[in-house]
Structures are given as C-alpha cells and as structure tokens.
Design a binder for this molecule. Structure first.
Ligand code: ATP
Length: 288
C-alpha cells in the first residue's frame, strides 16, 4: 500500500501555494507540521480529491487517485471545518454517515458503538443531539465517523484544535494505533501532537517541504546549537537583533534567553537539550 505525491504544485491564480512536492507514504503516521498558511490543507485537499493539482500527480498503489474508486473506498478525510448536523442525535448521525459509506445496516450499528467507545464517547451520549455536545466531544465524533469504515488511508486536518490536554493524549493514542497498519496523515501546527507518535514528521513552509524525518533525525539538525543565557533586560533587544531567540522569560536578576546559534552567544551561555519545539520555532518564528 503506498500513496505517492509526485512533483505536485498548486496555484490559486498566480499564487503558488504548493511548490513541487514529492512524498512517498506507506503504512505509518505522518505528521504534517506547518504554521498557518503553509499549505497543509491545500495539500490534503488534493490528496482527498477535493481539489485538483495544478502540476504533477498523486497515485495510490501506482494508480492516479482522481476518481479512483479503490482509493476513494479506502480513504477517510476529516477536514478542518467538518460540519455536523446539529439536530441529529449522535447515533443517527453515525448511522447516516455509515449509509453514505455504503455500509450494511447491522454491521454499521455494531461498528458505531465500537468506534464511539474507541473515541471515548460513552453510550449514554448516543441519544443526545449533536448541538448539545461540547467542542471536544464534537471533535471526537468527527474522528469516530472518519474511522467507522476502517479506512486504509486516513487524512486528518488539525484534529486537536479545541481539545483539552487529556483529550489530546487520548486522540494521539488512538491515531497511533490506527497507523500501525494504515496510512495516516495528520496536519497540525502543534508540535506535541506529532512529536512522540509520528513515524515521520514533514515540515511544510510556504508550500515547500523544508525537512522530513523522524523526530530524532530532525532534532539532530539543531543538536548542540541551542543555548540558554541569562542577560539583563536592557540587553535583550541586542540579542534579538543578533541571534535567533526562540524564547525569553523573566528569571531572577534578568531575562533567560533561549537562543539557536552556531557559536556560543555569550561567555556564560550554557548548552541546552534541543527540542522539536525549538526546531519548529526556528522555521516558523516569524509566523507565530
Ligand atoms: N481557495 C483558495 N483560493 C485562494 N487562495 C487560497 C485558497 N485556499 C487556500 N489559499 C491560500 O493558500 C495558502 C495556504 O493555505 P492552506 O489553508 O493550505 O494553509 P494551512 O497550512 O492549511 O493553514 P491553516 O492552518 O491556516 O489552515 C494560504 O495563503 C491561503 O490563503
């Protein structure tokens, strides 16, 4: 099973939004990490047949995905602005989605309860109207409908927006399990969504892949380049001018700066362990 993105570009008018992307995805979890406007949704929409590539092609098991029945049967897509039917009850909504998926009624009912359990929506909620659910519950319902028909390719656009920390952890565990045998592509601008569970992290900026690899591989890029130094408040501006300052916080007697630099930024600067958050901020600092 493989999904290949070959020299894909996408323009809206004369604006190039995706710029010659190449990717090969097999079973596993891929985290598409990028700031707002990086092109994540645009790339996902092309993969999901919602929009067409301007150049290049996307193939699934060596066949172009456009109107490809095998692919569309295997695909589930949870877009960022997934809309619900507020007056539907949870169970009716799930059964409706199952019908759209062409699932057998009896199988659909059993499967519905199975996936609702999986996403942690307890059975008592199944008779509730969707409009009465909290944001986090609606999000889980979106995920439940996406995994209802055991998709082999699951594309999820910014799934953890609106989830509290506990729900995020639950979501990560669930997705990680699904990705054992299936292709899961998940977009986010939240590093911790993908830091520990993604097999590969793809850093997308201005429509281009800037880096791709395991968290460990990506981190090696800045290993040894992260420093912490305590400076006086009046010197902060100068450090900001000269260095990539990725964090600052008030500390006893001054300001603690976290800096990425090839060279030691000050005599008393100490090396710090690099995190993926540092790497993200290095790429996207100007956008956050
Ligand atoms: N239909 C459209 N017409 C014109 N420009 C568009 C269209 N859709 C997206 N864009 C532009 O393409 C760029 C990438 O947008 P996209 O939504 O793919 O980014 P993103 O990484 O998903 O960001 P976000 O996290 O904010 O959704 C943005 O500059 C956006 O304004």
């Amino acid at each position: 099973m493989n999904l290949e993105i070959k020299n894909v570009s996408k323009s809206y008018g004369d604006k190039l939004v995706i710029d010659d992307i190449n990717l090969t995805l097999g079973p596993g979890l891929y985290g598409l990490l990028g700031a707002n406007g990086a092109g994540k949704s645009t790339l996902m929409e092309m993969i999901c047949n919602v929009s067409r590539t301007s150049k290049g092609e996307i193939t699934y098991n060596e066949k172009n995905i456009v109107n490809n029945k095998e692919f569309l049967d295997d695909l589930a897509y949870l877009p960022q602005d997934f809309s619900y039917y507020p007056e539907f009850t949870v169970i009716d909504f799930m059964l409706y989605m199952a019908t759209l998926n062409g699932m057998n009624k009896k199988i659909a009912k059993n499967k519905t309860f199975e996936v609702l359990d999986k996403v942690g929506l307890n059975r008592n909620l199944s008779k509730k109207k969707i409009k009465t659910l909290s944001g986090g519950m609606k999000q889980r319902l979106g995920i439940a409908q996406a995994i209802l028909d055991d998709p082999k390719v699951l594309i999820i656009d910014e799934p953890t927006v609106g989830l509290d920390p506990k729900e995020r952890v639950r979501f990560r565990n669930m997705i990680s399990e699904i990705a054992e045998d299936n292709i899961v592509l998940l977009s986010t601008h939240i590093v911790s969504d993908v830091e520990y569970i993604a097999d590969e992290i793809i850093i997308l900026k201005n429509g281009q892949i800037k880096n791709i690899g395991t968290a460990q591989e990506l981190l090696s890029e800045i290993e040894g380049l992260v420093w912490e130094v305590n400076v006086s408040a009046r010197d902060v501006k100068d450090y900001r001018k000269e260095y990539t300052v990725i964090n600052q916080r008030h500390d006893t007697g001054g300001v603690l700066l976290r800096i990425i630099s090839e060279t030691r930024p000050a005599g008393d600067a100490v090396r710090a362990d690099a995190t993926l958050e540092d790497l993200y901020l290095r790429y996207f600092q100007e956008e956050v």
